[in-house]
Design a protein around this ligand. Structure first.
Ligand code: SF4
Length: 461
């Protein structure tokens, strides 16, 4: 193992992170080929505004949990011990040549905010929600270990899957591992989630080294910015986590190490495209295996959707009547993959256009004006309208803030509770989801319940 590790790591600059982190487990755990180009990715993978904001959110949580306070109480002196760490992070983002000017400006702003303990009101409110849950556990006698560095060497046989767990709480033989998700793009759930399961195993290894026995485990995702999904818990056990993760991920990590150590021996069998693996893979824009896989899906589904192949086909039958249910389900299942592939292709085209590639046959044009431009100008526009003689009450419409906007304002928890009681949320329109979706199915309305058969005689008396 040591020889394989040395060979795989030769030429890699040590940036303090392991090669196959728990957060990337769905990629390297499903596709060993994703390790190719990891060297470039560690240096050049661009950051984006949400990821930078997420890191700031994690720093905010770390300060709070380490000093047992809420974000609103963070004072300059309390962030002082963390400033060196945050400055190192800012310098890393600035040094990455792939980062856009927008990301650079944003990380400088985040760093400034952190140094002045001046977090925006949404971050103060959202991080406080997670702090509140954690402090409820500590008040029940749980020991809290924030930002715990964990090693998976005991289970994996090497140190290249190590990571940092956001929240660890222990009481007796019960372990709680919490992970903060500050992003809003994708809802994350704890059930069978490799990332948080690996963190839990790392924490269990840490417990074993201290003689602490762990039996039952709660894995929690705190993603309050999506549907108020504040502390979504999966109750499990050490054995369930071990059996679910280690047999597969230990092998997968060794295979990925072999890909790095012996690139000349890599074959197409090392690539295993799937939505899970490819979504966050740094090679997704350029990977031949993924491109090929998506083309096959497209061709297969085009054939399935070809009305001429359908047994239902008749010249006057509408197209939709020719699609059978199995084909429809397959197409919907493949949708995220196809869309992801198209987005990746568009991103690559965008990159080439920005580089000035004139042979591409595509060009950059001005996008439509963003609404934020208009909203930031609103006070001036209103003042100008009023200056023209239009009464203020005619120039503006006053309307109540939405529940989501109200949630972001500073108010006491009593007032917030009272206001929430006033808010009645209407149900959204039903949407199509896969069988695997954890939301319960709703029964379609039965028209017979609502409409009686018409009596023609009634109309033609
Ligand atoms: S894009 Fe998908 S198939 Fe290609 S290397 Fe990455 S995970 Fe593997």
């Amino acid at each position: 193992m040591q020889e394989l590790l040395n060979k795989a790591l030769s030429g890699f600059a040590d940036n303090g992170h392991s090669l196959f982190s728990p957060s990337g487990a769905s990629t390297w755990g499903n596709c060993a080929g994703s390790a190719i180009g990891l060297h470039d990715a560690r240096r050049d993978d661009p950051d984006n505004v949400p990821s930078v904001e997420g890191t700031l959110g994690h720093f905010c949580l770390e300060v709070c949990l380490s000093t047992r306070i809420y974000p609103v109480d963070i004072k300059k002196a309390q962030v002082q011990p963390f400033i060196e760490e945050v400055t190192k992070w800012r310098n890393g983002v600035l040094a990455n040549k792939a980062n856009t000017a927008k990301v650079r400006v944003f990380v400088i702003e985040c760093h400034r905010r952190f140094c002045n303990a001046d977090f925006d009101s949404e971050m103060v409110i959202e991080i406080a929600k997670t702090c509140r849950v954690v402090y409820q556990y500590t008040s029940q006698g749980y020991e809290l270990y924030p930002e715990l560095r964990v090693s998976l060497e005991l289970f994996m046989g090497h140190t290249q899957c190590d990571g940092t767990s956001d929240i660890v709480l222990i009481k007796g033989t019960h372990l709680i591992v919490g992970d903060l998700k500050y992003g809003q793009a994708l809802a994350v759930f704890p059930e069978n989630n490799w990332q948080i399961m690996l963190y839990a195993l790392g924490v269990i290894a840490w417990c074993i080294s201290r003689g602490i026995d762990i039996d039952t485990v709660d894995l929690a995702i705190s993603q309050s910015r999506i549907d108020n999904n504040l502390w979504d818990v999966w109750h499990t056990t050490y054995h369930q986590i071990y059996n679910e993760c280690i047999p597969k991920l230990k092998d997968a990590s060794v295979k990925a190490l072999e890909v790095l150590a012996y690139p000349e021996k890599v074959t197409k069998d090392h690539f295993n495209p799937s939505e899970k693996a490819c979504t966050w893979c740094h090679r997704r824009h350029t990977c031949v295996a993924r491109s090929r896989f998506t083309q096959n899906i497209l061709l297969e589904h085009y054939r399935k959707l070809d009305p001429l192949q359908s047994t239902n086909w008749k010249p006057d039958n509408p197209f939709v009547d020719c699609i059978d249910s199995a084909a429809l389900k397959d197409v919907i299942q493949a949708k995220p993959f196809i869309i992801g592939w198209l987005n990746a292709a568009e991103k690559e085209a965008d990159r080439r256009c920005k580089k000035g590639d004139t042979d591409l046959g595509l060009k950059l044009v001005k996008g439509s004006r963003r609404r934020s431009y208009y909203t930031t100008q609103q006070p001036k526009i209103i003042a100008d309208i009023v200056a023209c003689g239009v009464p203020f009450s005619d120039a503006v419409t006053i309307k109540p803030k939405s529940p989501a906007q109200l949630d972001k304002t500073n108010m006491s928890s009593d007032v917030r509770t009272k206001i929430r009681e006033l808010v009645k949320t209407a149900e959204g329109n039903p949407i199509v989801a896969l069988e695997s979706d954890r939301r319960p199915a709703i029964k379609p309305l039965d028209a017979n319940q609502y409409f009686k058969p018409l009596d023609a005689n009634q109309f033609f008396k």
